[in-house]
Write a protein that binds this ligand. Structure first.
Ligand code: ADP
Length: 428
């Protein structure tokens, strides 16, 4: 089979955002690979994909580092043959007072030798709309949505034109919803006007998926698009119109058999419900005790002994908020987290050595720890199991693994069982 080089190269400022974007591109018909950081050398496995998403950790990094990492990602994506680039950030425009959205967007523009890009975080399906440049989270302005007291990226100004201007060297403008609603041709006229006025970045309004699709169409020839995952919904159609996408199920992957495990380090309420549902059904489970870990008890070895190859085990630290607070007051939040994440990582690596090939992981930070412990470099994105949570397979390994990474509040109550059944059934 002839391998195609990727068409679209994406740079995401965090891991869950990268997964979300990759999931959307697959649903739009683009076969998509996600890399964890910038691959240090060419991936061994051939990248037979229409889109590649590089997941960085640049959202709250110092500006110079965010720019450096993003440019490194860009160069790697360019070397893979991508022709259009997407800079993905959060749909609530999460950024610090100095950046990193504006500085990274400008650095990418300079490297791509392009003088204009839209900035559209809108994602109406998740309640994020932008009107007259103002970002709403459901019925509230961003600055009254709770985001104003975010610990790392407090958003106190809802007018994104001002927010982006304060982070950017060049002039920032607005493409208003009244223009977006008229369609791609009007958007392109507006862009031409803005460029003549010296505007280099423009917040694009969108209050519906229809708006996003029109914006996507207007970006068909844009070297760089910036925004949340929402606006990426409109991009696959451009490649399809140009006959560059094959008419196949972009999520199709071969089935990976072998022992499976569920590892849960998330303390969110959804995950608590999922763990409770698993325990209620009487399935095999091992509770990780953070205090036992802190005392140096051989917990990891006990889990490896307990885990049976033929029956999936749930290994969980998940517990009620009261219990988490109690543990944190004894160990400190950072130490408790590090102990649990470290143990789950060691358990994942140990199980893999013993033959486990399928991993379902709950928790954003926990997922990061497990991905690192397993040494995963890249994931091919498959079908969605629950909204925002796709099945994935590792790339570049001698023997690939099936991996499902679920952050905190995602997934229905029977998610663990559903994910395992899904992996059983993934068609060849
Ligand atoms: P989520 O996506 O739900 O936020 P994360 O994995 O990102 O999940 O974060 C949960 C954090 O809470 C992790 O650092 C994890 O180690 C920690 N944690 C989980 N269970 C406990 C517990 N019982 N006591 C203390 N900390 C815990």
């Amino acid at each position: 089979m002839k391998l195609h080089h990727p068409l679209m190269g994406c740079i995401a400022d965090d891991f869950t955002g990268a997964t979300d974007l990759a999931n959307i591109l697959v649903r739009g018909g683009m076969r998509t690979v996600l890399t964890i950081g910038v691959p240090s050398e060419a991936l061994d496995a051939p990248l037979d994909a229409d889109a590649v998403v590089v997941a960085l950790k640049s959202r709250t990094a110092p500006v110079t580092q965010a720019i450096r990492d993003s440019l490194e990602a860009l160069r790697w994506l360019q070397s893979r043959g991508c022709s259009q680039f997407f800079f993905k950030y959060c749909s609530t425009f999460d950024s610090t007072a100095v950046g990193n959205i504006g500085p990274v967007a400008e650095a990418l523009q300079e490297a791509l030798n392009t003088d204009f890009a839209i900035a559209c975080p809108a994602f109406p399906a998740t309640g994020r709309t932008v009107y007259q440049g103002h970002l709403f989270v459901h019925d509230r302005l961003l600055s009254q949505s709770g985001m104003e007291s975010h610990p790392l990226t407090p958003m106190r100004e809802p007018n994104l034109v001002q927010v982006l201007q304060s982070q950017s060297r060049a002039k920032v403008g607005l493409i208003a919803q009244s223009d977006v609603a008229q369609g791609a041709a009007t958007v392109l006229e507006r862009i031409a006007t803005l460029r003549n006025q010296g505007v280099r970045l423009a917040i694009a309004d969108a209050i519906s998926d229809t708006d996003l699709l029109k914006l996507g169409e207007a970006c068909a020839n844009a070297p760089l698009v910036t925004g949340g995952s929402g606006v990426a919904q409109g991009l696959p159609a451009n490649f399809r119109r140009m006959g560059q996408l094959r008419d196949i199920d972009a999520a199709l992957m071969p089935r990976i058999g072998g022992p499976a495990v569920v590892l849960s380090g998330s303390a969110s309420s959804a995950t608590n419900g999922q763990v409770a549902a698993w325990l209620r059904s009487g399935r095999r489970a091992f509770r990780l005790d953070p205090l036992a870990l802190a005392c140096g008890e051989p917990v990891v070895a006990a889990v490896l002994d307990f885990t049976k190859a033929h029956e999936p085990t749930l290994v969980y630290a998940t517990s009620s908020l009261d219990e988490v607070r109690r543990v944190q007051s004894q160990l400190g939040a950072a130490r408790a987290g590090a102990l649990i994440e470290g143990a789950l990582g060691q358990i994942a690596a140990g199980l893999r050595t013993r033959g486990t090939r399928r991993f379902v992981v709950a928790g954003g930070e926990t997922s990061g720890a497990v991905v690192q412990a397993l040494g995963l470099k890249a994931l091919r994105i498959g079908h969605q199991i629950d909204p925002g949570v796709p099945e994935t397979q590792s790339l570049g390994d001698i023997e690939p693994l099936a991996v499902v990474l679920k952050s905190g509040n995602f997934g229905s109550e029977d998610f663990f069982d559903k994910a395992l059944r899904h992996l059983d059934g993934a068609a060849a």
